[in-house]
Design a protein around this ligand. Structure first.
Ligand SMILES: *Cc1c(COP(=O)(O)O)cnc(C)c1O
Length: 300
């Protein structure tokens, strides 16, 4: 039986940030999408929902996807499939069964079958797919138009969403950003902050998920990767700690901390015109913080 009762959209709220670095006439609200669920947190549920619905509709009994050992997408898929009552398999890059990360242990505990593939095998995903024709596939990181379609629903949780002039969010594959661009109103600008270093194909990846001829009202900033995907230098940890103490906002080490830092920096550089009303999407991902040694952060 399919039951999504464990999700808690009623807990998702808007938190207004009062910070010294905000220019006097600029406001900042955070959409606390992280509160949707502790595992399928934030954007991952929205990205997955139509993949699940499609798999159920075509009667596929197994969903399969790809990811690394720290992938929020892997653990979210595992949990979402459990809720949907369908089997799932995760093809894990370069991993091995011995030393499981917290993320992979959780995915396995939620019932995902883990298949470890070497880095070279992982590169050739089509060769893996061809061997398993009965499976319903989701791209690595949930990238695709089906994911963007779900992510376009995120803003339906925002009351008076027309009041905002800018929507700011972290970017991995660009799927969520494409959804935000699809649902943005004509006067709204969408700004993505990439957590990867120098992933300059992102603009094209996002544009590919928009309807042909649709307005491409978005910009991606590549300056706030903190050393790249998975890199967590001490200054990032202190920034997360500071945000927790100052605003009570728990940020994750891979995506939202870099994006929020970037937003603050852009505010300090006066890149937002007076009168701007900015909405930051807290896209979740807090399970990723569990890969830090216990006690590194003041919250868990
Ligand atoms: C996966 C993830 C993202 C990136 O989403 P994409 O659609 O891949 O760009 C952003 N924030 C968090 C917390 C995530 O887990």
């Amino acid at each position: 039986m399919t039951t999504y009762d464990e999700l808690s959209p009623q807990s998702v709220n808007i938190q207004t940030i009062d910070a010294l670095w905000l220019p006097a006439s600029v406001s900042l609200d955070v959409l606390r999408l992280d509160r949707l669920h502790t595992v399928v947190s934030g954007n991952k549920w929205y990205k997955l929902k139509y993949y699940l619905a499609n798999a159920i509709q075509i009667g596929a009994n197994t969903l399969a996807t790809f990811g690394g050992a720290y992938s929020n997408h892997i653990v979210a898929t595992a949990y979402a499939c459990r809720m949907a009552g369908i089997k799932c398999v995760g093809f894990i890059r370069g991993g091995e069964a011995g030393n499981l990360t917290h993320t992979l242990k959780a995915a396995a505990a939620y019932g995902m079958q883990l298949e470890y593939v070497s880095r070279s095998e992982y590169r050739d995903k089509e060769a893996i797919k061809i061997l398993l024709p009965g499976f319903s596939w989701i791209n690595e990181g949930g990238y695709g138009a089906t994911g963007a379609e779900g992510a376009a629903e995120i803003v339906s949780l925002v009351p008076n969403r027309e009041n905002y002039t800018h929507i700011v969010a972290a970017v991995g594959t660009g799927t969520m950003l494409a959804g935000l661009v699809r649902s943005a109103l004509p006067h709204q600008q969408v700004i993505g902050i990439s957590s990867m270093k120098g992933n300059l194909e992102l603009e094209t990846s996002v544009a590919a998920l928009l309807e042909p001829g649709a307005a491409k009202n978005f910009h991606i900033n590549h300056d706030y990767h903190f050393g790249g995907y998975g890199s967590t230098p001490p200054e990032l940890i202190s920034y997360i700690t500071e945000c927790w103490h100052n605003y009570g906002v728990p940020l994750d080490i891979v995506y939202t901390s870099k994006a929020f830092y970037g937003l603050q920096d852009m505010m300090e550089k006066s890149l937002f015109a007076p009168g701007s009303k900015v909405l930051f999407i807290h896209s979740g991902g807090l399970q990723g913080n569990l890969s830090l040694p216990a006690g590194t952060l003041p919250f868990s």
